[in-house]
Ligand binder design. Structure first.
Ligand SMILES: Cc1cc2nc3c(=O)[nH]c(=O)nc-3n(C[C@H](O)[C@H](O)[C@H](O)COP(=O)(O)O)c2cc1C
Length: 185
């Protein structure tokens, strides 16, 4: 746990149309009293600004693997080592694929590979993408290594399709994180 037993949550936000909902999620996490360190992928930043996440979490947002860490430290390793839980919400299909195969070409990938904290993914994507054999295999790999999944929920998607692919409700993600934190105690 972070200082004074305050849970430290690393929140990865990827390039899904559901990225705007990560703002609500970040806010709900802060309201729980958790320390939230957000990582925004380059494509995530096309949907949601780092400023929004920074303002909601009250800390700088990690957007590049090449940012200079405090005192010359490698911030991705600091994040990985100090996280109590790493939550990726929304998790794009591409991010699930990269995580399943241990790709560490960006901050989020590097943190996911370097951390030993529990991982929780909240996928959000078009139904066809979600139901593709490649995505199913990637999710299976991640779950086989102990990663947890929130959703996706069924419903009408931004693309007009109806089916599974919506990011899980914020309350469901918060409740899963609470469960993980309780189990860690
Ligand atoms: C308008 C638009 C909406 C998109 N929405 C999604 C989405 O909901 N889920 C998804 O997996 N990919 C979506 N994509 C594709 C991703 O942005 C793309 O795969 C990207 O490389 C993901 O990068 P990241 O995982 O590094 O953030 C969308 C692309 C565009 C242009």
């Amino acid at each position: 746990m972070a200082a004074k037993n305050i849970p430290k949550i690393v929140l990865g936000v990827t390039g899904s149309i559901a990225a705007f909902r990560a703002a609500d999620l970040a806010s709900a996490m802060v309201q729980e009293g958790w320390e939230v360190h957000a990582i925004l992928t380059a494509d995530g930043a096309r949907f949601l600004t780092p400023l929004t996440l920074a303002a909601l979490t009250h800390r700088p947002v990690h957007t590049s693997l090449w940012e200079e860490g405090e005192g010359g430290r490698m911030s991705h390793l600091d994040l990985a080592g100090s996280a109590d839980v790493v939550v990726v919400a929304p998790a794009s299909a591409d991010c699930l694929a990269r995580a399943a195969h241990g790709m560490a070409g960006d901050t989020l990938g590097a943190v996911l590979l370097a951390t030993r904290a529990p991982l929780l993914f909240a996928p959000a994507m078009n139904t066809q993408m979600w139901q593709h054999a490649a995505t199913e295999a990637n999710v299976k790999l991640l779950q086989g290594r102990g990663a947890l999944l929130a959703g996706p929920s069924d419903g009408k998607l931004a693309c007009g399709a109806v089916g599974p692919g919506r990011m899980a409700p914020v309350a469901e993600i918060i409740s899963l994180v609470k469960q993980v934190l309780t189990e860690k105690k």
